[in-house]
Design a protein around this ligand. Structure first.
Ligand code: PGA
Length: 254
């Protein structure tokens, strides 16, 4: 098993294009020249063009935070896979819990986006995770399993190495509450089991499963030491180069 860690920064609705320049320059200079850990920044759409020029000067990769499942046409306010590819975007976060919660996205609608992304050579970072109520009701694994099965239905087996799954317990996002290392590993191992059932052993062993939810330099090493935790999807701590680079350093040391 040789999965390279991926540390991805989900900037959410933060940073203007002007502010983006400073942050990416700093990330380029701290962790942008190493290749042992894959580093990706996912700024808002309005920053992608600027970001694209800047990450071109380093090993840092670019991601988007959402995408339309349709290729083009009358979809006001939407952004297509081709538009992202044109800006050298490599990854796209899909099905984030905030999109599920505030914009009505479902396993079924996100599945269409995942398939459109991979068809266009974008690597999906497919987000899943249970709410606090679901965890307290003992439903975590059931919820996560159906998110994996439904959201990844018909995913082409020959592109499996482009797939990234992000396990983000909703109760841990932006709350300062993190899953313990053991809690994360339990769910990650279960996700991989479902991937084995869907795609077979060797395919499932290539999929990177990121943990997300209040990851920061202080807790990153423990989470990343778990056998099925292959990186992190970082929200709040991706907004300063100090915190974000600290997490990349933890991955480099792991
Ligand atoms: P957080 O967000 O690190 O601020 O908890 C993670 C995410 O939502 O991707």
């Amino acid at each position: 098993m040789s999965r390279k860690y991926l540390i991805a920064g989900n900037w959410k609705m933060n940073k203007t294009a002007t502010e983006t320049v400073d942050l990416i320059k700093e990330i380029n200079s701290t962790v942008g020249s190493q290749t042992n850990v894959q580093v990706c920044v996912c700024p808002p759409f309005t920053s992608l063009a600027k970001a694209s020029e800047l990450v071109d000067q380093s090993e840092v990769l670019l991601g988007a935070q959402n995408m339309c499942a349709q290729p083009s046409g009358a979809y006001t306010g939407e952004i297509s896979a081709e538009m992202l590819r044109d800006l050298y975007v490599s990854f796209v976060i899909l099905g984030h819990s905030e999109r599920r919660q505030f914009y009505g996205e479902t396993n079924e609608s996100v599945n269409k986006k995942v398939l459109a992304a991979v068809e266009n050579n974008l690597k999906p970072i497919y987000c899943i995770g249970e709410t606090l109520e679901e965890r307290e009701a003992g439903q975590t694994l059931d919820i996560v399993r159906s998110q994996v099965r439904e959201g990844l239905e018909n995913f082409p087996a020959n592109a499996i190495d482009s797939l990234v799954v992000a396990y983000e317990p909703v109760w841990a996002i932006g709350t300062g509450k993190t899953a313990t290392d053991e809690m994360a590993q339990e769910v990650h191992a279960d996700i991989r089991k479902v991937l084995v059932e869907m795609f077979g052993d060797s395919a499932a062993s290539t999929v990177r499963i990121l943990y997300g939810g209040s990851m920061k330099p202080e807790n990153a090493a423990g989470l990343l030491s778990q056998p099925d935790v292959d990186g992190g999807l970082i929200g709040g701590a991706s907004l300063t180069s100090r915190a974000f680079s600290g997490i990349v350093e933890a991955a480099l040391a792991g």
